[in-house]
Design a protein. Structure first.
Length: 177
């Protein structure tokens, strides 16, 4: 069920009226379209954010997302890259590493906000760090540390915040303590 914030509606109406008075109809239409997009995105975020994932559920999904060899010495993280040669799954297979793959990503992303889905990624990282495996990355980490809100960027920053340092390791990157 979607809730309409009447204060926000009133603020949008006031902005449109001001834009018409100052800038004319074209500017007003631009503001209306922008605010409609923001309202729709806000409704989607509100609808998703109402469902909360428990720590136990996130951990179960994280364990189910572990792919690759059980006896792997490393885990590969990275970008999917459309399945190309630098794709983290391709690199994981090349290095005989484990990797993260949520089988039910589409369903989860329709039910939960990104912050709730992040709980799964965070548990996966905790599992891998606890296992003592080398942590490898298929893509240059330095490109994803700042000003990027992707899950990959969050993974990089999460691990850096937990005392890891970046080093180049062949054609991939590795985190070390």
């Amino acid at each position: 069920m979607h809730r309409i914030d009447m204060e926000k509606v009133a603020a949008v109406i006031e902005m449109v009226a001001t834009a018409v008075a100052v800038e004319g109809t074209a500017k007003a239409e631009e503001i209306v379209l922008k605010n409609e997009r923001m309202a729709i995105e806000g409704e989607k975020a509100t609808a998703k954010s109402e469902k909360v994932m428990s720590s136990v559920e996130a951990e179960g999904k994280a364990f189910n997302a572990i792919k690759g060899s059980d006896n792997a010495d490393s885990v590969m993280l990275g970008k999917y890259d459309g399945g190309g040669s630098t794709n983290y799954v391709t690199k994981a297979n090349e290095f005989n590493s484990q990797y993260f793959d949520l089988d039910d990503w589409s369903q989860l992303s329709s039910e939960y906000s990104d912050s709730e889905i992040w709980k799964i990624n965070e548990k996966f990282l905790d599992i891998q760090v606890g296992s003592g495996r080398d942590i490898l990355f298929s893509h240059n980490l330095k490109e994803f540390i700042i000003n990027n809100n992707s899950f990959y960027s969050k993974e990089v920053n999460y691990l850096l915040d937990h005392g890891f340092k970046i080093e180049k390791y062949g054609d991939v990157w590795r985190l070390v303590r």
